[in-house]
Ligand binder design. Structure first.
Ligand code: ACM
Ligand code: ZN
Length: 614
């Protein structure tokens, strides 16, 4: 009985996915796409209609995108008094049962009609329509006729950007929100504070940005080898957002159906905070400098002093007033407790509250922070460390650790709404191709296909527990990404893979189709000046010494499908006329292997892998 509806659903989806001609490169793939014959021709004579209540928000956005995508200057009006043909109608429809963010999009030769319950649904439908438009701008062009019925798998489709390790400008943040929202990402988690910088103006505590946003310059020195700053060194690297800047970003994101969730990371990761206000650390009369890289011991806020809680109450009050989101992320991860052990204030609280150890003190601390957030009418998010001890009732968990810790199961099972930020699948600060070919980063490879292959619901969960999984979020930590170009290189296309993981049902996911959609979307990203990575085309080489023959066995792989690897062993650059890789082969040790991925026109797709066989 239970399995039948699922089977029918799968068959229906399979039927509706059968398309006439070339598939449209949607990302994320909609729930159901039924291609029809014919096409709608959009031109400057096409009229666009939107609900009156959304005109002020939607009109400038639609006009801007139709111009920048397609060079079309189209008339956009309120209401639904359409002409007989040649119009695009966006309609709010209470009867539609595709959920808060779902939509129905019907393209016929005469008209395009979009229906949704809300602004979010209409916005999402427009993103689908944009992807069905050709990339080349012209005075008029065709959109194939189709019926798309679509709604997201998860309500939380997030991206975290760490602007604390390396400050990124307001303009850069807005550009990313614009790009990400085209792929239906709807949560932007702004990691605003860490050891290496405090990035948000707090009016009551000006030192946080006068001192805490700036650090000594160690550009060019590897992150983990940087000498700490001295007191009299100039502090020239950094930046921060004023509250007016933040309001501007929030408004820009709102129009793009993106909610911004601020993160103030305490009690650990707080070196910039205690450098700004040393009395908030455990050490009396201490002097700290903002961290310049690497680890930052001595970075904890004191969990014993009442002044810490008063400070946080004030900060939370300003943050809560600024951000419309119901959430404030308060961190809670990786707190170094060495100073707590030595601190009279911390030890006094441990005794008074009969806490077992400093882990329980952390739980006490986050419990109080949770109350401070709730007192401002907001709901706390914390990294999964906040599950320790008594937990944090009412909080939402970001489950990032895996292996020894199992927050992906414990949190939803313990009744917590949970967002999956699995560091093995969603930390896109990890490199995305063969280590030796990628810029400096953590020495872990997280290729596009692995991000795409992620399943956010652990199979151990019962259905009612799985309901508590709100969705997934890709995280770009900023240690190794000082420049805008490098940030974008890490974000794209992996953020697009996460967008599809979060939006599309597993039944419509398909790596080969996604890979081909990514390739088409590269053209859009290029048009929009986004510095995406083509590391998905890299060739991975591994070797084994065959002791019997004293020859090296060479094994080459790529994550892509549909292309061939060609290689040389004599130092020449490979071309589509070099030796084609057909499987493991043997060669003499110490030769230089050069290999690349080529399409059927013999064009090199990514970079050449060059490596000495040993
Ligand atoms: C984390 O990666 N420390 C949340
Ligand atoms: Zn203390």
């Amino acid at each position: 009985m239970k399995r039948l509806p699922l089977l029918i659903t799968i068959i229906l989806i399979a039927c509706t996915l059968k398309v006439e001609g070339k598939a449209i490169p949607f990302i994320p793939q909609p729930q159901s796409v039924e291609m029809k014959s014919g096409s709608f021709i959009i031109s400057e004579r096409t009229k666009v209609f939107v609900p009156k209540e959304y005109l002020a928000d939607f009109q400038p956005y639609l006009a801007g995108k139709l111009m920048s995508d397609a060079g079309l200057d189209v008339q956009i009006k309120a209401g639904n008094r359409t002409p007989a043909t040649n119009f695009i109608l966006f309609e709010k429809s209470a009867e539609l049962t595709l959920g808060e963010e779902g939509y129905l999009l019907e393209v016929s030769p005469q008209k395009v009609v979009v229906k949704a319950n809300s602004y979010a649904g209409l916005f999402n439908a427009f993103q689908t329509l944009r992807q069905a438009m050709p990339i080349q701008a012209g005075s008029s062009f065709e959109i194939p006729c189709m019926v798309v019925k679509d709604h997201p798998r998860f309500e939380w489709r997030g991206l975290m950007l760490d602007v604390a390790r390396h400050f990124q400008t307001k303009a850069f943040v807005m550009k990313q929100i614009d790009v990400l929202s085209s792929y239906k990402i709807n949560k932007f988690h702004w990691h605003l504070t860490d050891d290496q910088g405090w990035r948000i103006e707090i009016k009551k505590y000006p030192n946080l940005t006068q001192k805490g946003a700036w650090r000594a310059d160690r550009t060019g020195i590897p992150w983990w080898q940087r000498e700490s700053a001295t007191a009299d060194e100039p502090k020239t690297v950094g930046g921060f957002y004023t509250q007016d800047d933040i309001k501007e970003v929030i408004e820009y994101a709102r129009i793009r159906n993106v909610e911004i969730i601020p993160e103030i990371d305490v009690p650990g990761h707080s070196k910039a905070l205690v450098a700004s206000y040393p009395f908030l650390s455990c050490l009396e009369d201490a002097h700290f400098e903002v961290a310049v890289g690497g680890k930052a011991p001595d970075n904890a806020l004191c969990a014993g002093k009442e002044t810490s809680y008063t400070f946080l109450e004030d900060v939370i009050a300003e943050v809560a007033a600024l951000f419309p989101s119901k959430y404030i992320h308060m961190g809670g991860d990786e707190c170094n407790k060495t100073n707590w052990q030595k601190c009279d204030h911390c030890n006094k609280v441990v005794q008074e509250h009969q806490l077992k150890d400093m882990e329980e003190l952390q739980s006490y601390f986050m419990g109080r922070v949770n109350e401070l957030v709730a007192a401002k009418g907001k709901s706390m998010i914390g990294w999964d460390e906040i599950l320790s001890g008594k937990g944090a009732k009412g909080a939402t968990i970001m489950a990032w650790r895996r292996g020894r810790f199992t927050p992906e199961v414990d949190a939803p099972r313990g009744g917590y709404p949970t967002i999956m930020t699995d560091y093995t699948h969603s930390y896109i600060s990890q490199v995305q191709g063969p280590l030796e070919m990628e810029p400096e980063g953590p020495k872990v490879v997280l290729p596009l296909s692995k991000v795409y292959g992620y399943e956010p619901i652990p199979e151990q969960l019962m259905p009612e527990e799985a309901q508590r999984v709100l969705g997934t979020e890709a995280c770009l930590w900023g240690e190794f990404t000082p420049t805008e170009a490098h940030c974008e290189y890490m974000l794209y296309p992996r953020a697009l893979a996460n967008a599809e993981v979060a939006w599309s049902q597993p039944e419509v996911k398909d790596w080969a189709r996604f890979q081909s959609s990514v390739e088409e979307n590269f053209k859009r990203l290029k048009r929009d000046n986004v510095n995406y990575s083509t590391s998905m085309y890299s060739v991975y080489a591994s070797f084994a010494l065959d002791q019997l023959s004293n020859m090296a066995k060479v094994y080459l792989t790529t994550e892509t499908v549909g292309y061939d690897i060609y290689y040389t062993l004599n130092g020449d650059e490979p071309t589509g006329n070099s030796t084609k890789y057909e499987g493991v082969f043997a060669t003499e040790n110490k030769r230089v292997l050069k290999a690349g991925l080529f399409n059927d026109q013999g064009e090199l797709l990514g970079k050449i892998t060059e490596i000495k066989i040993k």
